[in-house]
Design a protein around this ligand. Structure first.
Ligand code: TXE
Length: 503
């Protein structure tokens, strides 16, 4: 892997198309910033429609090329496993690159990267298990069966919060199934995806199977979603952008998989071990700086323990260690983007204007080096209500709104009073109650006495405006293959073309 933090500092990075670094058609590059200082640290090709067109054509050609199309399933799986080994070899370098780009804790990015090879191995195992059915039909001497085939070129648009992890859940199965891909990473975090493309080449995948075009959403991203050569769009990002992409894809009748925003309810009943629940709520919204679609940003606490719970939560939030993401003891790093910091400040302001009270946080830290970066204190807003703007929209930062509830009926009404439906969490010792909540809450994933416990073996995705389609588990075999029905008449009989036989 030639791309590392040291090798790219101050340099220009090109697209990766057809197995080669390719300069942007426009000659333009965009800057990528270090969130701990706000300073640019490398430039990436600023792709446009011409670059996307070149990449999609190459990916189309690769999907028809016998080097990829006629490879056995076993060999395809072997390539994905080889990629897993290379990701394991480069895990530390990739984690460092992602931390530098998005400011997330090095420990967190390392944990993601160390777990990633297992995901590639898991999906590699699907390569030789993609099978159809034999269908019994009411005709003798007829064989009726289904085939599962690759779809073709899959366009992937990824965000900046966990670039490679969010890519893996769709890239690994796509490759195992035999698709080819064009990836448009976030303009804020281009480096690690370009580095991964180098590993794909080193693993031995034919050129053109994986292509990366960097650039802005409104140019490169938009062009990818409108390109008629793309057979499916995979998107992770905001609901507003997802809606726009789905409309573009509809123009070509192309299906999408959408992993969008969330405003997930995180519930605490009065029968719990309070320390455990406080830690769970903290992890749900302050880990990753709240920059995760599954953040438990609306916290509902049973009225009887509301005051005690808030006191403990605030006490713990005040003790969160804010610092440089590479430091071993840092618990909260900076936000990834200047725009994200502004969004967080704006929404905390809305919260106060709408009648909530800041119990802790609500400020940028002012001391020393922290003042220069995009840092924000963990923030707890009490007296929150669902109709307040900060409780309705996804903030994507370390901000939680807390409100009391009385009884399960009120809880379900409050929990589901959102346009999102991505995740939900509940802390209680009463399993009946937990199961009733799991059945009644509108969320694609429900956690009971845990939170943010994601696994590539389980299907994840949202309801409502959080999107559609599923990642993880066996569901992806359906998502990234197409189903063909084949009918064979082996009777040898010649039929009169105009005889209609009634049964
Ligand atoms: O997202 P966008 P942004 C949410 C979160 C955050 C907000 C804004 O609430 O505050 O989105 O972040 C590409 N056609 N999430 O502006 O715009 C873009 O280049 C095609 C939730 O970064 O959704 C990038 O690659 N592509 C989330 C990707 O879309 C377009 C993760 C995401 O950008 C495009 C990130 C267009 N017209 C943000 N416009 C999650 N679900 O985890 C943009 N893009």
């Amino acid at each position: 892997m030639t791309l590392t933090v040291a090798s790219i500092e101050g340099r220009r990075l090109d697209h990766f198309i057809g197995g080669r670094r390719t300069a942007p058609h426009s000659g333009q590059y965009l800057q990528s910033f270090d969130p701990t200082t706000g300073a640019p640290w490398y430039e990436a090709a600023d792709g446009d429609a011409a670059d996307i067109d070149a990449a999609v054509r190459v990916a189309q050609a690769a999907s028809m090329d016998p080097a990829w199309r006629r490879i056995t399933q076993t060999d395809r799986g072997r390539l994905v496993r080889r990629l897993a080994e290379l990701v394991a070899r480069e895990a530390d370098a990739l984690a460092l690159m992602e931390m530098r780009d998005n400011g997330k804790l090095l420990r967190e990015m390392q944990a993601q990267l160390k777990a990633m090879p297992d995901a590639y191995h898991y999906f590699a195992g699907m390569a030789d298990k993609l099978q159809g059915d034999t269908i019994p039909v009411n005709k003798l001497d007829m064989l009726n069966f289904t085939l599962r085939e690759p779809i073709g070129v899959v366009g992937m648009i990824t965000p900046w919060n966990s670039p490679l992890m969010l890519l893996t859940g769709t890239l690994a199965p796509c490759l195992a199934i035999g698709n080819t891909v064009v990836i448009k990473p976030s303009e804020h975090t281009s480096a690690s995806t370009l580095a991964l493309a180098e590993l794909v080449k080193e693993a031995g995948f034919p050129d053109g199977v994986v292509n990366v075009v960097t650039g802005h959403g409104r140019t490169a991203g938009e062009a990818l979603t409108r390109h008629p050569g793309v057979a499916k769009i995979v998107f992770t990002g905001s609901t507003a952008t997802g809606r726009r992409i789905a409309a573009n894809a509809a123009g070509n009748l192309v299906p999408c998989q959408m992993e969008l925003g969330g405003k997930s309810p995180h519930v605490v009943f009065d029968d719990v071990d309070l320390d455990r629940a406080v830690n769970g709520v903290m992890a749900g919204v302050f880990a990753a700086g709240g920059q995760t679609c599954i953040a438990g940003s609306r916290c509902f606490v049973e009225a009887g323990i509301y005051d005690t719970f808030v006191e403990r939560l605030v006490d713990r939030a005040r003790r969160v260690r804010i610092g440089h993401p590479a430091q071993e003891d840092t618990e909260l790093g900076p936000l990834a983007l200047a725009a994200q910091l502004e969004k967080v400040e704006t929404y905390v302001g809305y919260g106060v204007a709408d009648g909530a009270t800041i119990a802790t946080g609500g400020r940028r830290p002012q001391d020393g080096e922290l003042a220069a970066g995009w840092y924000y204190e963990p923030t707890v807003l009490v007296d929150a209500k669902n109709d307040m703007r900060f409780m309705r929209d996804e903030i994507f930062g370390p901000v939680v709104g807390v409100m009391p509830f009385r009884g399960e009926d009120e809880l379900i009404r409050l929990a589901n009073d959102t346009r999102y439906g991505l995740a939900a969490g509940i802390w209680t010792r009463d399993i009946d109650r937990a199961m009733r909540f799991a059945r009644n809450v509108d969320a694609g994933t429900v956690w009971i006495n845990t939170y943010r416990s994601a696994a590539f073996m389980s299907p994840s995705g949202g309801f409502k405006e959080s999107g559609y389609g599923r990642r993880g588990g066996f569901e992806v075999m359906r998502e990234f293959s197409r189903l063909k029905n084949v009918v064979v008449d082996y009777s040898g009989a010649t039929q009169d073309p105009f005889v209609i036989r009634l049964r």
